[in-house]
Every structure is written in C-alpha cells, then in structure tokens.
Design a protein around this ligand. Structure first.
Ligand code: NAD
Length: 347
C-alpha cells in the first residue's frame, strides 16, 4: 500500500534550502506545494526547475493553507522560533534546521507547544543520519573501542562567515550532536575560548572543551578562517583508536588496533608501558545520502506518529550546550578586547 501523501512547504531557499527541497522531493508520496522566501531573487530560482511549485513571500499564506501538513524551516537561526511557533499554532508539523532556536527558553517553549499540539517537531541534526557517524556509534556501543578516553574534532574551512551568529552557533551543533549521540550523554562542563578575527564582535574561531560524567573529555576546534577544509575526528579508547575523516570519499572511518598497556610495577625499575600497533581496518559503510534519510524519517514520523530520533528535546540539549559554550567564550575569551587578528608575513 502506498504511504499516505504528505504535503509540505519549504521556508527559506538560501544556501541550504535547495538541498532540503531536492531530498524531500525524492521521498515517495511527498508533495512540496510551496517554497516561501522573503527574497524575490531566491524565489526566481525555483520556477525554472520546479514550475509546479507555488512560490510566495508570504509565510502566512503557507500556514493558512489547510492542505499543508508540515513546514520545513531553513531560514537564519534568529527567525526559527517565531516561524516555528506560528506554524505549530496553525497545526503544522515542523522540520527545523539546526540549531533549533537561538536560546534555550524559546527551545523549551517549542518543545512544550509541539507536545501539547501533538505535532512532530524534528531538528535537522543531519549527521545523526550519516552512515559513518551511525557506524561509529555501533562500534562504541559494541565495546570495540573500549572506554572512550577522549575525542578531538576539527571542523574548519574558509567561510562562510554568518552575519547573525558566531562560529559556535553555526558549526558546533554538528559536533555536539555527533559527540552527545556517540557517548549517550551531555557534557557536565563546557569551556570555550576564541576570538573574532575578521569582525571583532563575531567570533569566527573557537576552541571548545567538554567534560562528561563518564570521564570522557572532548575538544572541538571550529573556524571559518582556515587555509584548508578539515572534518576530522579522532577517538581514543582503552582498546582501539579511530579516525573519522568526512572529507574522504572512501575509507571515511579507520579503526586502529593501537594502544598502550600499563604493567603495574612492583618496583620503580620495573615501570614499563607496552605499545601495541596492530591492524588498521576501514569498516564497510552503508551508502545513502544522510539528508534523504533525514527527510524520509520526518515523513515516517508524521505518518506513524513516531518521535523523531532528532526531536525537539534533542535540539534543546544542543541549544543548552551552545549557550554554555558561548557564555564561556564571552567571559573568558580575549576576542572582546582584541580588536583584530594581526597577520605577520614571515619571509
Ligand atoms: N544541516 C546542515 O548541514 C546545514 C548546513 C547549512 C545550513 N544549515 C542551517 O540552515 C538554515 C539556513 O541556513 P542557510 O545557510 O541556508 O542561510 P541563508 O542565509 O543562505 O538562507 C536563508 C534564506 O531564508 C530566507 N529568509 C530569511 N528570513 C525569512 C523569513 N522570515 N521568511 C522566509 N524566508 C526568510 C532568506 O531570504 C534566505 O534566502 C540555518 O539554520 C543553518 O544553520 C544547516
């Protein structure tokens, strides 16, 4: 039997919106009826490719249409709360891009509202639907890596500087959602340090440290100002170590049978460590597009009344951690006093 048809409206057709549109259109029995954007220039890009989709600048028109079951929001973060609240109050299911909102109070309100209205609220934490991230979760849960000592992650590239948020709100949602998912816990302590190099009041580089009750520690390096694009995570466990490089086209995940054994000494002279350097294995990964899996999951949740894997509560946890990181950066970082990065040419 064909799945029940779901009619959607996409709001926000900037950088990310077209990717969402392409994937939602591929899901069986999903009709995208509207693309809404306040910019006419952006809307003009829709018609040549998708003449049967109605384009509009009016969000009200979209949510007043009773045929629309759900609204997909891909607008700047500062607009998420107001758009999602209006749509929930009009009875629409919501898929909203990361991060859920710009503060935890608004996120809590949306979670409560969606529950009260019995509507789906799903956040676009895309990496939780990505094959390498899912495979690493399986490896950690199976105990193959042992106890996780630490995680170190780099997410840096040149641009895109966001006009309304710091690099923390733009990039850390990815690392936070991945790391919290892998470890099954939220950090008890968050510390961040960084600065605004290009615009002094907008941090574009940040180094975040996380401590978890399990004992695991993590560091996340974020930057819009880097000569190369890095998407690289190192996980060190008591049994094995792992490197996840999302820029690789094949072998994104490599598991190293490397480690150190500490032999309990009976005297100081006997103190010794034995280093193990064994096989390096790249596990098989499923081959599907994370965004398609995410889009399909949202529609399945609407049809079956299931709670999404990345529901509003998941989004709220990330927003809380982002707030802590931003607060720490504002209190301890030196970017407020330092006016500009000074680049020195070394000859
Ligand atoms: N999951 C991912 O990997 C990923 C990647 C990039 C961006 N994002 C997220 O997607 C969202 C959008 O980011 P972007 O880079 O596409 O931004 P963008 O600025 O390129 O595009 C946003 C679009 O929204 C439109 N817009 C703004 N306010 C509006 C309103 N009130 N009503 C209708 N349209 C409005 C703008 O005109 C613009 O076309 C953000 O939440 C961002 O964090 C997610």
């Amino acid at each position: 039997m064909d799945p029940k048809r779901v009619t959607l409206a996409l709001v926000g057709y900037g950088y990310w919106g077209p990717n969402l549109l392409r994937n939602f259109m591929e899901v069986p029995n999903c009709q995208v009826k509207y693309v809404c954007d306040k910019s006419v220039t952006q809307l003009r890009r829709v018609a040549p490719k998708f003449p049967y989709i109605t384009t509009t600048q009016s969000f009200q028109e979209v949510i007043d249409d009773d045929e629309v079951d759900a609204v997909v929001i891909a607008t700047p973060i500062s607009t998420h709360y107001h758009l999602a609240k209006k749509a929930l109050l009009r009875g629409k299911h919501i898929f909203i891009e990361k991060p859920l909102t710009a503060d935890s109070q608004s996120a809590e309100e949306l979670v409560r509202l969606a529950d009260m209205q019995r509507l789906i609220l799903m956040v676009g934490h895309t990496f939780k639907y990505s094959p390498p991230v899912v495979k690493i979760k399986e490896l950690i849960d199976s105990g193959e890596l042992g106890d996780i000592y630490y995680i170190s992650s780099s997410r840096v590239n040149l641009g895109l500087h966001q006009p309304d948020v710091s690099v923390i709100w733009d990039l850390a949602p990815h690392d936070f959602s991945i790391i919290f998912y892998w470890l099954g816990e939220e950090p008890s302590r968050v510390h961040a340090f960084g600065r605004g190099c290009v615009k002094p009041d907008t941090p574009d580089v940040a180094f975040i440290n996380l401590a978890f009750d399990s004992g695991t520690v993590a560091e996340v390096q974020l930057s819009w100002l880097s000569p190369v694009k890095l998407r690289r995570t190192v996980i060190v466990g008591s049994k094995k170590m792992l490197i996840y490089d999302d820029t690789e086209s094949v072998e994104k995940v490599k598991v190293f049978d490397h480690g150190v054994n500490f032999i309990e000494p009976s005297s100081f002279e006997e103190f010794q460590l034995s280093y193990r350097s064994g096989d390096i294995v790249s596990p098989h990964l499923d081959n599907y597009e994370p965004l398609y899996a995410e889009a399909k999951h949202f529609l399945d949740c609407i049809r079956e009344g299931k709670r999404p894997r990345t529901d509003g509560l998941d989004g709220l946890r990330i927003v809380r951690a982002l707030e802590k990181a931003e607060k720490s950066l504002m209190e301890n970082g030196n970017f407020v006093e330092d006016s500009r990065c000074k680049f020195r040419v070394i000859r």
